[in-house]
Design a protein around this ligand. Structure first.
Ligand code: SF4
Length: 294
């Protein structure tokens, strides 16, 4: 028998996103199918993206130099993270912060919707769009709680130095990255110092900035907005639960490492299948056992 492939190898992914891990808590099978059978953006996804762009534009200052190559894009991301962290310290808030880390040796990445300083501590805020307040059920809250908790853990791991610039550098082979000539010229034109004109230098700066933000709060916020009007429907405050997150990560990683297959939802939650685009097609777990979908 051959060596079993990890889910990452099978799905041809290089790293796991915090969103993937959270989506496993809705339906792991569905999460896998979304990755393996990409489809055009749905109306709900487009509404969600537009909402996040509007939120982001309120405090986020993008690097004006257009990237040409992938290392340029990687640089841009660190530069914007660095300026976002400065905004957090100066103005008390920042949005769309990229975070990196490692769990069981897997590369993990994600993008935190908002960090806000409250009572001297940094609070992780996760924004979601929903059709109406009735959609904010326990089943819906579970993945969102996991996502916000995971962001808190990733930031906290950097601050505790259990995930360092050296770990990041070797995971992303950053020493071997070089920027395009056009991008370097662009950085020069906006006055970025020579010593900061490499991915390694800017990521080093970003890690240092991460260490200088205030302590991370145990409080997390989940904000739900109406996907048509943008009105805030609910702001749910939860407390970080290390035990819950660790148990979830253990279950999640058993899937990513290839120890087990993706699980469909259990019977008590097979109502989710009625709204699933894969029902009866790519996924037949509950076909013929429940009524038709959509
Ligand atoms: S049909 Fe049901 S079990 Fe299958 S992927 Fe969709 S939600 Fe999951």
């Amino acid at each position: 028998m051959g060596i079993r492939q990890s889910a990452l190898q099978r799905l041809r992914k290089n790293s796991i996103s915090a969103k993937d891990i959270a989506s496993q808590a809705w339906c792991e099978k569905q999460m896998e199918l979304y990755i393996s059978t990409p489809m055009p953006e749905t109306v709900a996804m487009k509404k969600g993206s537009a909402f996040h762009e509007t939120q982001k534009s309120e405090v986020f200052v993008p690097l004006s130099v257009p990237p040409v190559t992938w290392p340029d894009k990687f640089y841009k991301s660190a530069y914007e993270n660095y300026t976002s962290l400065s905004s957090l310290v100066e103005k008390g808030t920042c949005r769309e912060l990229k975070v990196y880390g490692s769990i069981n040796g897997f590369k993990i990445s994600g993008q935190v919707d908002e960090l806000r300083i409250d009572a001297g501590k940094v609070v992780v805020v996760e924004d979601k769009t929903v059709g109406n307040i009735a959609n904010i059920t326990e089943a819906r809250l579970r993945p969102d709680k996991i996502q916000a908790s995971l962001y808190r853990k990733l930031i906290s791991d950097i601050r505790k130095k259990s995930y360092t610039m050296a770990n990041f550098s070797s995971a992303y082979s950053i020493d071997n990255m070089s920027l395009s000539k056009e991008f370097i010229q662009g950085l020069e034109s906006i006055g970025i110092k020579k010593e900061l004109q490499s991915p390694k230098a800017i990521y080093q700066k970003m890690f240092e900035a991460m260490l200088s933000i205030p302590e991370i709060s145990e409080n997390l916020e989940l904000r739900y907005f109406n996907n048509k009007t943008g009105e805030l429907l609910s702001n749910i405050k939860i407390t970080y639960d290390e035990t819950m997150l660790s148990a979830w990560l253990q279950k999640s990683m058993a899937y990513w490492s290839g120890e087990r297959e993706a699980e469909p939802v259990q019977e008590s939650e097979n109502w989710k299948c009625r709204r699933c685009r894969f029902f009866g097609k790519e996924c037949t777990a509950w076909s013929g056992k429940i009524g038709n979908v959509m």
